[in-house]
Design a protein around this ligand. Structure first.
Ligand SMILES: C[S@@+](CC[C@H](N)C(=O)[O-])C[C@H]1O[C@@H](n2cnc3c(N)ncnc32)[C@H](O)[C@@H]1O
Ligand SMILES: [Zn+2]
Length: 284
């Protein structure tokens, strides 16, 4: 079966897409999604859909996100993705059997690698999933669409997710912005968000090299606690040998984009990962 047909079938099966302009239901007509008011979104050959035609703001370009894809495939983020998978799986098992697939959304999925890896983890555990990745970056979703997997990838804004109310069981949000209002809207009542944010030591060697001050996440954490009910917090720390892909790492890192890429010299080989993984819900 062609990729587009496979993805259209998955969209039909998923059935929870809605029009981000008017919140109306979609019909699938040929190779488009169309709501009752006539808002129409084409499904690309790769089976992706762009829901932010016209207003998407793009900071991430193709070269940067391709570099990020390579860095992910080298395993730089493996500990982060594994920690997220383990937490989701633990909570999933506590909940007991579900009578439908576990619906996981990666909100701010970038190049789409993480949600694909999460899918693999659950496949190996024998858990049926419905996997969705959204990102505002067209280039990110373009790269994601090249992958051969069952994930549905959409260009969409976190603030206007194209999903029905209470239609997602799990939201993953890795090193990306958050929108508490829309996350709350699309999550099921007992649904949970798994959010990874940097801690002080994250990429500290690069910050030092570029003369940047120490990173502080105090405001982000406070904002999180003001808007959601934190259930768990887990630290993720490791030191990675990045020798084989240092150039890609320098290219993919947002904090360095407005700076000239510097020659790190002979010594920069090890880079620190230091993150916090928050599990939270919106219990009333
Ligand atoms: C640092 S990247 C992280 C990407 C991916 N989660 C990863 O870890 O590789 C942040 C991502 O958030 C996306 N993003 C920023 N604002 C967004 C918005 N309003 N809606 C959807 N995605 C957004 C960016 O396009 C970018 O891909
Ligand atoms: Zn509409």
């Amino acid at each position: 079966m062609k990729k587009i047909d496979k993805k259209i079938e998955a969209m039909r099966k998923y059935g929870n897409l809605l029009c981000p302009k008017c919140s109306g239901d979609f019909q699938i007509e040929g190779k488009s999604l169309k709501c009752a008011l006539g808002h129409t979104y084409d499904i690309s050959k790769k089976g992706t859909v762009n829901f932010v035609l016209g207003y998407g703001e793009e900071n991430y370009n193709l070269a940067m996100l391709e570099a990020r894809e390579r860095v992910i495939s080298e395993g730089f983020f493996d500990d982060i993705v594994l920690a997220v998978c383990e937490e989701i799986y633990t909570d999933y098992r506590l909940k007991g059997d579900m009578d439908q697939p576990l619906r996981i959304l990666d909100a701010g999925c970038g190049d789409g690698s993480h949600i694909a890896l999460i899918g693999k983890f659950f496949e190996e555990k024998g858990v049926e999933t419905e996997l969705i990745g959204v990102d505002i970056s067209k280039d990110g979703i373009h790269i994601a669409g090249r992958k051969d997997n069952d994930v549905l990838y959409f260009v969409a804004d976190l603030a206007h997710l194209p999903f029905k109310d209470r239609s997602i069981d799990v939201i993953v949000n890795i090193l990306s912005p958050v929108n508490y209002k829309d996350f709350r809207r699309v999550l099921t009542e007992d649904g949970l968000v798994y959010k990874v944010i940097p801690e002080t030591g994250y990429l500290k060697e690069l910050r030092k090299l570029y003369g940047l001050s120490e990173y502080q996440n105090t405001e982000i954490v406070q904002h999180l606690k003001d808007n959601a009910k934190v259930i768990k917090e887990r630290k993720i720390k490791s030191v990675e040998n990045v020798e084989a892909y240092l150039d890609d790492l320098l290219l993919m890192t947002p904090m360095l984009w407005d700076r000239e890429i510097m020659d790190p010299g002979a010594k920069l080989r090890e880079i620190t990962i230091d993150c916090a993984l928050f599990t939270f819900g919106f219990e009333e």
